[in-house]
Write a protein that binds this ligand. Structure first.
Ligand SMILES: Cc1ncc(COP(=O)(O)O)c(C=O)c1O
Length: 383
C-alpha cells in the first residue's frame, strides 16, 4: 500500500502519560500527572445539567447543521462577544484542534509566526498541511517586523501554552489592530483565557469586527469538557467562512449534537451557568495559589515572565523532567516546546498548575528541600 506520510508525529505528552501510569502501577505509589493539559482541580458538576437535556429530541438524534446549531452559535455570540457579533460569523468545530487545522489548510499564507515557546500541535498541523512556521520571542517585536510578516500570518496564544504567560490586554489589542490594518491575518487561539473570565470579558467583542482576525476557541479548558470535542471559530470574512463551512462539511458531516446541546445548556440554562461559574471559580483560585506557591519557593522560572504575567493553566519550573519525576511529579521538558536553545530549555519543565492546592503542596514540599542539580536561575534574560 502506498502511503502519503505527513512527517508529523504523535505527541510526547501522551507518551509521558503512559510512562507515568506504568511507574504508578509498578511502584503502587501515587504520581501527580502535571504533564497533562487538563483542569484537574474539580470536574465540572453536571448533575443538575444532564436532566435538562432531552435525549430523544430530533435535535439530539438527527444530523445537526454543518455550521452548528443556530441556538448554540447565538449563545456563543452573546457569551463570548457580548452580542457584538452574529451567528453567521461563528462555525462550530470538533474542538480547537479541528478549528486550527481548518484555518491552516484554508488560509493562503506561507509561514505562520508562532511564539518562541509554542504548543507542539501547531507545528504538526502545519507539517501535515505543508506550511512553514516563523517565530517571535515577544509580542511587542511583531510591530517592528511588519515587512517580514507580509504574505504570512501570526498566531497569538494568551495565556500561552507552554509558558502560561499573560500579556497586557490593551497592548495586545493594539498590536492585533495594527496587524489587521496591515492585512496580516492573525489567528487568536487563546483557549485558556476564559478559565479566568466570563461574560463580562470584552476582549473578543473588541476583536469581532476586524476582518483579518480569526478567533479559535475550545470548550476543553474553560468548561473542562475536553471529552466532548467541541470548539468554534469566528471570522467576519464571508468568503473565508463559506470555504471553511464546505471543508468542515466534507470532513465531519456536522459536529456531535449531544456536545452542542450540552454546551448550549451550560451557556444559557440557570443550572448550566451555575455549574460553569462554580467550576471556574474553584479552578482559577487553585491555579492562582499554586503559581503563588511556586513563586514564593523560588521554583517558578521567572525569566520567562519578564514581559508578561504568569497567569495561565501552565507554568515553567526550574527543574528538569527527571528531577520532578524523582518526586513522582509528571511534567514535560520545555525543550519539547521550542526549536531554539533546546539544551538550555531542557533544564526547565512545563507543569499544569490546575490541580488542588493541597495536593500540589504535598508533592512539591519535599522538592523545595532538595536543591536543583545544576543552578537554574539564568543570569541573563532568556532570548
Ligand atoms: C494552545 C491550545 N490551543 C488549542 C488547543 C485545542 O484544544 P481542543 O482540541 O481540546 O479543543 C489546545 C489543547 O491543548 C491548546 O493547548
Amino acid at each position: 500500500m502506498k502511503i502519503q506520510k505527513s512527517g508529523a508525529a504523535l505527541s510526547k505528552i501522551v507518551r509521558n502519560g503512559e510512562r507515568l501510569k506504568r511507574l504508578a502501577k509498578e511502584s503502587g505509589q501515587e504520581y501527580l500527572p502535571l504533564n497533562r493539559g487538563i483542569n484537574q482541580v474539580v470536574p465540572i458538576d453536571l448533575t443538575e445539567v444532564i436532566p435538562q437535556l432531552d435525549f430523544a429530541s430530533p435535535e439530539m438524534l438527527n444530523y445537526p447543521p454543518t455550521q452548528g446549531l443556530y441556538k448554540l452559535r447565538k449563545a456563543i455570540g452573546e457569551e463570548f462577544f457580548r452580542g457584538a457579533s452574529s451567528p453567521e460569523n461563528i462555525l462550530i468545530t470538533g474542538g480547537g484542534m479541528n478549528a486550527l487545522d481548518l484555518i491552516v489548510q484554508t488560509l493562503g499564507f506561507q509561514k505562520l509566526y508562532l511564539p518562541r515557546y509554542y504548543w507542539g500541535c501547531y507545528h504538526h498541523i502545519l507539517t501535515i498541511r505543508q506550511k512553514e512556521s516563523g517565530s517571535y520571542a515577544r509580542q511587542a517585536e511583531l510591530a517592528d517586523r511588519l515587512e517580514e510578516l507580509r504574505g504570512n500570518a501570526v498566531l497569538i496564544c494568551d495565556p500561552g501554552n507552554p509558558l502560561g504567560e499573560k500579556y497586557d490586554d490593551e497592548a495586545q489589542l493594539d498590536l492585533i489592530r495594527r496587524l489587521n490594518a496591515e492585512r496580516i491575518p492573525v489567528i487568536v487561539d487563546s483557549p485558556y483565557r476564559r478559565i479566568f473570565a466570563g461574560r463580562e470579558d470584552d476582549y473578543y467583542a473588541r476583536l469581532a469586527e476586524l476582518d483579518n482576525v480569526i478567533i479559535t476557541e475550545s470548550f476543553s479548558k474553560s468548561v473542562g469538557l475536553s471529552g466532548q470535542r467541541l470548539g468554534f471559530l469566528h471570522t467576519t470574512n464571508r468568503e473565508l467562512m463559506e470555504e471553511l463551512h464546505v471543508r468542515l462539511m466534507y470532513a465531519t458531516n456536522g459536529i456531535n449534537a449531544f456536545a452542542q446541546l450540552l454546551v448550549h445548556e451550560l451557556l444559557t440554562g440557570e443550572t448550566g451557568k451555575r455549574a460553569v461559574t462554580e467550576f471556574k471559580i474553584r479552578t482559577a483560585r487553585n491555579i492562582e495559589r499554586n503559581i503563588e506557591y511556586l513563586r514564593e519557593r523560588g521554583l517558578l522560572a521567572e525569566a520567562f515572565y519578564a514581559d508578561a504575567e504568569p497567569r495561565g493553566m501552565f507554568a515553567i519550573v526550574s527543574r528538569t523532567e527527571e528531577e520532578l519525576l524523582a518526586h513522582r511529579i509528571g511534567s514535560v521538558s520545555l525543550s519539547f516546546f521550542t526549536d531554539t536553545e533546546k539544551e538550555r530549555a531542557a533544564r526547565f519543565s512545563r507543569i499544569c498548575v490546575s490541580v488542588p492546592h493541597e495536593k500540589f503542596v504535598q508533592f512539591f514540599d519535599p522538592l523545595t528541600h532538595c536543591p536543583a542539580e545544576t543552578p537554574r536561575t539564568p543570569n541573563r534574560p532568556l532570548p
